[in-house]
Design a protein around this ligand. Structure first.
Ligand code: SAM
Ligand code: SF4
Ligand code: SF4
Length: 339
């Protein structure tokens, strides 16, 4: 039985950021020239992460996603995957930028990872370089090409759709997805902490995406979404599916069962939460699993967060967290929190 929050949303999905470091500098996530990093001594060990996952599982978590920063920058990640895949989870997935994927994909499969999502915003190397501020596009494509041969299925490609930047590639990306094979999910640009370059003009809305996709392919059919997953899924006339995560124009907070654990053990109940619950200190001070469960369930029961819905009500919307606040507390950054 899952613990329910104030709005009766279950505690079910846990996203674990295994590092705040990244080898890209995507302009919608890490646009700044410099960042404040988490102290290395604070990073949870794999044993500590495993203990916390046990506690979360007792309270209803059955899906875990490893993320970051770039999760493949965390040394020996397959070891953590092995520890987690030994637990009776319904799903153990990872989101990666794909740069280092080809070199790790087999070890990840062997360690028991279920599914991989690769972020890919463009099929054009020059555009990728401008967007991610690194020339890594060939490695990303190589990473994506390595997923199916390693035995992974149900692969996803996540694309942040940006007006005037990659909005002319919706069709090309869907076509590319078919060849991988992978389901492409277009994500609306969010004004989360760290997205200091955000502006409403850059958001390509769900409605606009659907108009453009159906203008090309013909009518698209909405598919049922039984799990309350964030992506609305659609089928093209030939049955090819794609998703849209409309966090900005049509948020899905009402069914949100996700929370996020940072690499240094702070637990955030919402992507937009200003404060997290410190699980690292009690863990290191010898708290029992029962005491940790009490702390976690108490916080979840009191959860009233609906960050993206609250943002929607904002007039003259600007980046959510000012740069000065991000410098004071890197936990406010999307790349620290684990997107
Ligand atoms: N580095 C890995 C990657 O890029 O896949 C994992 C972490 S990244 C923070 C997770 C996801 O968050 C990526 O798919 C990325 O595109 C998305 N993301 C980051 N900033 C975003 C923003 N401002 N709006 C929407 N999605 C964003
Ligand atoms: Fe890009 Fe992911 Fe790195 Fe953010 S964490 S800069 S989205 S690769
Ligand atoms: Fe969940 Fe917060 Fe995102 Fe809403 S804004 S979907 S409550 S994480």
């Amino acid at each position: 039985m899952s613990v329910l929050d104030f709005y009766r949303r279950p505690l079910r999905n846990l996203r674990i950021s295994v590092t705040d470091r990244c080898n890209l500098r995507c302009r919608y996530c890490m646009p700044e020239a410099e960042y404040v990093w988490l102290p290395r001594r604070d990073l949870l060990t794999f044993e500590e992460i495993s203990t916390l996952v046990d506690v979360f599982m007792e309270l209803g978590v059955n899906k875990v996603r490893l993320t970051g920063g770039e999760p493949l920058l965390r040394r020996d990640l397959p070891e953590l995957v092995s520890m987690l895949s030994a637990k009776p989870l319904k799903d153990l997935a990872m989101t990666t930028n794909g740069v280092l994927l080809a070199g790790h994909v087999e070890a990840l499969k062997k360690a028991g990872l279920n599914r991989i999502t690769v972020s890919l915003d463009t099929l054009r190397a020059d555009r990728s370089k401008t967007l991610s501020q690194r020339a890594t596009h060939p490695s990303v494509l190589k990473g994506i090409a390595s997923v199916a041969p390693a035995g992974f299925t149900d692969t996803k490609i996540d694309t942040v759709a940006l007006n005037g930047v990659n909005d002319d590639e919706l069709i090309d990306l869907i076509e590319f997805g078919r060849t991988v094979p992978a389901e492409v999910r277009f994500i609306e640009y969010m004004d989360v902490g760290g997205a200091t370059a955000w502006s409403p003009d850059l958001v390509l809305s769900r409605a606009e995406m659907l108009t453009r996709i159906s203008a090309h392919y013909g009518p698209v059919t909405p598919l049922p979404n039984p799990d309350g997953a964030p992506a609305d899924r659609f089928a093209l006339p030939d049955g090819t599916t794609f998703g849209i995560v409309s966090s900005t124009t049509r948020p899905f907070c009402a069914t949100c069962d996700r929370s996020r654990l940072t690499a240094d053990g702070l637990w955030y109940l919402c992507l937009y939460a200003m404060e997290g619950v410190n699980l690292r200190d009690p863990l290191r001070e010898g708290a029992t699993k029962a005491e940790l469960a009490e702390l976690i369930s108490g916080a979840w029961r009191a959860r009233t967060d609906r960050g993206a819905v609250d943002r929607l009500a904002e007039r003259d919307r600007m980046p959510f967290v000012p740069l000065t606040a991000l410098k004071r507390d890197p936990h406010l950054e999307m790349h620290t929190r684990g997107g």
